[in-house]
Design a protein around this ligand. Structure first.
Ligand code: SAM
Length: 162
């Protein structure tokens, strides 16, 4: 399989997984947190499949296409290690879904992120809420949820808070 084909498979699987998770949170109140706005692709898809759901995006800088940047109230700029901890007054309610796409290919950097990010995630998610993550988070108060068929090419893990 060429790298182009592998990329396409991964994107199709990620789209399916986002749509599956959007269905799972139908009865879970609360906003969606998008950690890693990047190009704004997953943010744009989430707002399309979750009309009416409040979505906050986090990133250290804004590099997305202007049409895929949330309004000022919902774009939280800065290091997630700081902004996620102190976003309470703005986000107000526990999240129904946190979608994490922080994209590092470095194993050591990833372990370091998992160390500080896991407890921050655990305190931000509503009971029954979901986390979709490209990092293998350490979330003892969550169950790992099986992903649906056809999403194997996407490495993201799905968790639900008990
Ligand atoms: N979900 C995006 C999309 O679909 O277009 C792609 C996200 S991209 C892979 C990862 C983003 O996470 C980058 O824009 C980067 O700036 C951001 N990021 C990574 N680590 C971060 C951190 N510790 N704090 C803030 N932003 C971070």
């Amino acid at each position: 399989m060429s790298r182009l084909e592998a990329f396409i498979d991964r994107m199709v699987a990620q789209k399916r997984l986002l749509e599956h998770t959007a269905r799972l949170i139908a009865d879970v109140p609360g906003p969606v947190l998008e950690l890693g706005l990047g190009n704004g692709r997953s943010f744009d898809h989430l707002r399309e499949i979750l009309p009416g759901r409040e979505i906050f995006a986090f990133d250290r800088s804004i590099t997305a296409h202007p049409s895929c940047v949330p309004d000022g109230e919902h774009m939280i700029v800065g290091e997630i290690r700081e902004t996620l901890k102190f976003c309470g007054p703005r986000v107000r309610r526990p999240a129904a879904l946190v979608n994490i796409d922080l994209g590092t290919a470095d194993e050591t950097a990833e372990l370091a992120i998992v160390h500080w990010l896991s407890p921050l995630i655990a305190e931000r998610v509503a009971p029954g809420g979901y986390v979709l993550s490209d990092l293998a988070l350490d979330l003892p108060a969550f169950d790992v949820v099986a992903k649906p068929e056809g999403t194997e090419a996407c490495q993201h893990q799905l968790f639900q808070k008990r």
